[in-house]
Design a protein around this ligand. Structure first.
Ligand code: NDP
Length: 339
């Protein structure tokens, strides 16, 4: 059985979901209440591959909210993730994806030091960040959606916001090795990590976001920001493809302009309907078929009975592993969301 550990995007989102699901007593509660709420399994899932194989899974709501980081409730945030992992393991789940901020919190606060959660010894090999599949899907979106909107990669400058992150660095590696993209603009805050990435790639310009935006034909947004940024669309090139892989979204601005194309990044579409309700709750456009690529990674590992932490640690995603998970993705009927 596979598992997905997820969270909602804001306190407001959590309150409205609680109201929709018929829990009015949760809907009126503030952040402190969510800090003390335990993890819950809120969905039972059935997925069928195009090979005909069917698997079962569970969705574990961790009750983490990004505001916990913004207001420095770090202890609550880390407890949410460890408790959700213990909950998944206690329910016999063989491989669980750590969605959205779950893996970021796990890594940033070095939670591997705390494998004991009450009476449960966490077995980390039963968890995956899902980032290899996410990075692969974003790269395929860059390649395929650029063609859809008439951008030729060989002439294109691609800016990666969050370039030094786990997903961002993998995207840079792929774009460098597997495409003929003209230029890479590397954006993040920590200069040392940017210099290291530039040295590893042997290319790429280190830039701040403001200077990079007007130069980019394609912008990949994979920064771990608790809230989206406002950008001025008039400063962007036309055409410009913006692939927003952030969860919550990196882009706060609603862009509506014929020359600017915004695509939800790191999202896959399955070829067959999935029996679940959770993607309705996170407002996917086609909830029966669309899902986060990190969640799909745990499904792929379950289909293949690969009970291993396929994606783990930070900045270790290789092009070979992306190609491997990409082959499994195609085999079981997933494809990148396009425009
Ligand atoms: P990491 O923590 O590994 O990397 C985050 C990157 O963002 C770093 O390069 C960091 O560098 C940069 N960053 C953070 N804040 C800012 C800022 N204000 N301005 C510019 N750069 C910034 O995260 P992941 O790679 O694991 O995840 C990235 C995003 O992808 C997250 O939003 C996550 O929720 C989402 N995600 C989506 C998935 C999907 O299936 N679609 C799956 C998993 C994750 P620095 O700190 O130096 O600025």
């Amino acid at each position: 059985m596979f598992g997905l550990i997820g969270h909602l995007t804001s306190l407001e989102h959590a309150q409205s979901v609680a109201r929709d699901l018929g829990y009015p007593e949760y809907a009126d509660q503030g952040l402190d209440f969510w800090c003390s709420a335990p993890p819950q399994i809120v969905d039972n899932i059935k997925v069928t591959s195009i090979t005909g194989q069917t698997i079962e899974g569970r969705y574990v709501e961790s009750c983490f909210l990004p505001e916990m980081l913004a207001t420095r409730r770090i202890k609550a945030a880390t407890r949410k993730i460890l408790n959700a992992m213990a909950h998944a393991q206690k329910h016999g789940i063989d491989i669980t994806a750590l969605g959205g901020f779950s893996s970021i919190i796990f890594e940033n606060f070095k939670l591997e030091q705390f494998p004991q959660v009450r009476n449960i010894q966490l077995e980390f090999e039963k968890f995956t960040t899902g980032n290899t599949h996410t990075a692969y899907i974003i790269c395929r979106q860059v390649e395929q959606a650029s063609a859809q909107v008439g951008i030729n990669l060989a002439d294109a400058t691609v800016a990666i916001c969050g370039a030094t992150g786990d997903i961002g660095s993998a995207v840079c590696r792929w774009l460098d090795a597997c495409t003929d993209v003209k230029d890479l603009l590397l954006i993040a805050r920590n200069q040392e990590r940017l210099t290291e990435l530039q040295a590893e790639l042997g290319r790429g310009k280190i830039m701040d976001l403001e200077s990079a935006l007007p130069e980019a034909d394609i912008i990949v947004w994979v920064a771990s920001m608790p809230k989206g940024v406002e950008i001025d669309p008039s400063r962007l090139k036309q055409p410009c493809l913006l692939i927003d892989g952030g969860y919550p979204k990196n882009l706060a601005t609603k862009i509506q302009h014929p020359g600017l194309h915004v695509l939800n990044g790191g999202i896959v579409e399955h070829s067959l309907d999935i029996d679940w309700k959770i993607m309705h709750i996170v407002n996917m456009n086609v909830p029966a078929r669309q899902l986060f690529a990190c969640f799909a990674e745990s499904m792929l590992l379950e289909f293949e009975k690969l009970y291993t932490n396929f994606s783990w640690g930070r900045n270790q995603i290789t092009v070979e592993k992306m190609e491997y998970i990409g082959r499994l993705s195609v085999k079981h009927g997933f494809r990148p969301l396009l425009i």
